[in-house]
Design a protein around this ligand. Sequence first.
Ligand SMILES: NC(=O)c1ccc[n+]([C@@H]2O[C@H](COP(=O)([O-])OP(=O)(O)OC[C@H]3O[C@@H](n4cnc5c(N)ncnc54)[C@H](OP(=O)(O)O)[C@@H]3O)[C@@H](O)[C@H]2O)c1
Length: 218
Amino acid sequence: MKIAILGGTGSIGEGFALRWAAKHEILVCSREIDKAVNAAGEYTGMLLNKGVVCCGITGCNNEAAIEDSDVVVLSVPYQGVISLLKKLAPFFKNQIVISLVVPMKKNKLFEYTPPKQGSAALEIQEILSKSVKVVSAYHNVSAKKLANLELALDYDVVVCGDDNEAKKTVMELTREIKSLRPLDGGGLASSYMIESLTPFLINLAIRNGLSDLGVKFV
Ligand SMILES: NC(=O)c1ccc[n+]([C@@H]2O[C@H](COP(=O)([O-])OP(=O)(O)OC[C@H]3O[C@@H](n4cnc5c(N)ncnc54)[C@H](OP(=O)(O)O)[C@@H]3O)[C@@H](O)[C@H]2O)c1
């Protein structure tokens, strides 16, 4: 598959590019083409150093990458993603869009701040046309751990979405990342529950002197 990672130059975008590049063609996207090309070169070099043969990591601008992809990962902070998508909406057709976006703010601790639609995922689906299949996943996965290819991520990933085929594809992509277990979390309307876990996990880590907490259901 061709996977475009919007915000692929950032913290968690890097991990997805590194983890999926062995099996998929990766388009690292940015608002600035030079930044995208540099990041793509850096990720390719990191994989070569580890002896991983990849299907190709290319730096692209957001518009070209969306038009050319099967799956688009939204790896952009909530504060920027809504205005970005309003601009980019005409370039989407029927792609699967993975939202890992968590609307939150920091006061003393972190707080979930959903939009009026109820979650970032529902707001994003409202902006994009109905033919675009938004799937919500990976909100509770640590960027640092994802980018460390030596690490098996012993986490569960709850996947929410209204299109069963799209949800199945995202669950397959999840299984390709060492030790991640995808769990069907129901429709997109359930996304708020899993989005809101992220600030809770960060607060839990702060209070207990831990870091990079994830979720495992046993
Ligand atoms: N970090 C984590 O551990 C983690 C875990 C789970 C979920 N998430 C979610 O994943 C998303 C990305 O998180 P991150 O930590 O990777 O973010 P980040 O590193 O701060 O930003 C990622 C990329 O987003 C683009 N960006 C930043 N601000 C923007 C704006 N105002 N408008 C448009 N584009 C902007 C930038 O790309 P360009 O400048 O190249 O365009 C940047 O490299 C967030 O929604 C977050 O809630 C993060």
